[in-house]
Design a binder for this molecule. Structure first.
Ligand code: OMP
Length: 300
């Protein structure tokens, strides 16, 4: 089922995000391409650094890669920097990806107290919201429990959430490797709470749950070092850091080992730098997909 068909269904009838993503990864390979219209890329593509420019950039990526990669991940920051017209451009890009039948992860990294989180949940996960893709990235650093409104709305609408766990940037260690009052590292605690939310899905026979984690492909041995049990999560693992941040096939294989079948490698600049030519973009995405497939989902 394509993202467009899923979007046309009632929330209750829509298959869960984890199952839809597993199908897309099986069919198209484990690659997500980020739509990050950096000012330098806009210049390279001959586009203005304004709302019309980021809209055109996003639509060209969807046009070139829609239906060819497992997921697209528009980075909200680069749209929001152009104010309300930039947000409208993000809405148009999300709608175009949906129409192209491609799963969309809106990279908004939201997180707030529970009552406010309910507002973010409505914005990014409710049927009918123009900013709602198939999943959204969330920050758990106001406490994992504060994300409950988003987890609940995602479950009710067949959407997914990706919660930051071990991020690709070195500064993340300061928070994520810290040990909390329960004796667990923050990363291990986030993973354990995601695993608890996914438990029902897996026992229902689904390939994976719809509560994912963000685990950078650049983190080396950090999952082991922090006692983070990625296997128990039984949900999708979004792995940015591929390409421009230096991770490749070897790093993906090293970081994820036994859990590699649940990993969705994510690259933005590493693919986007090949644009604006659609055939070049497709070639770059194909090479990244082949690399991710070799590292993560070799044929059984
Ligand atoms: O949630 C993310 O996608 C994310 C998490 C993380 O740990 N590291 C990370 O780089 N990202 C995002 O992934 C994208 C990486 O872009 P490139 O470095 O150009 O591939 C950016 O949009 C980041 O915000």
């Amino acid at each position: 089922m394509s993202a467009a068909e899923a979007a046309a269904m009632t929330a209750a009838a829509r298959p869960p995000f984890g199952a839809r993503l597993a199908t897309a990864m099986d069919e198209l390979g484990p690659l997500c391409v980020g739509i990050d219209p950096h000012p330098a890329l806009l210049a390279d593509w001959g586009l203005a650094d304004d709302a019309a420019g980021v809209r055109e950039f996003g639509l060209r990526v969807v046009e070139a890669l829609g239906g060819r990669v497992a997921a697209l991940k528009p980075q909200a920051a680069f749209f929001e920097r152009h104010g309300s017209s930039g947000v409208a451009a993000l809405e148009d890009v999300v709608a175009a990806a949906r129409a192209a039948g491609t799963l969309t992860i809106v990279d908004a990294k939201r997180g707030d107290i529970g009552s406010t989180m309910a507002g973010y949940a409505e914005a990014f996960l409710a049927d009918g919201s123009p900013l709602a893709g198939d999943a959204v990235t969330l920050s758990p650093y106001l406490g994992f429990g504060s994300l409950a409104p988003a987890a609940e709305l995602a479950a009710a609408t067949g959407r997914g959430i990706f919660v930051l766990c071990l991020t690709s940037n070195p500064e993340g260690q300061q928070v994520q490797h810290a040990v909390g009052p329960d004796g667990l590292t923050v990363a291990a605690s986030v993973a354990a709470q995601a695993a608890a939310l996914n438990a029902g899905a897996v026992s229902d026979g689904l390939p994976m749950g719809s509560v994912g984690l963000v685990v950078g492909a650049t983190i080396g041995a950090a999952a082991r070092e922090t006692g983070t049990d990625l296997e128990a999560v039984a949900g999708p693992l979004l792995a940015p850091g591929v390409g421009a941040q230096g991770a490749g096939e070897r790093e993906l294989a090293d970081v994820f080992g036994a859990v590699r079948r649940n990993v969705l490698a994510s690259s933005s600049r590493g693919v986007l730098a090949a644009g604006p030519d659609a055939a070049e973009l497709r070639g770059a995405a194909q090479r990244s997909t082949a690399q991710a497939r070799a590292a993560l989902r070799p044929p059984r």
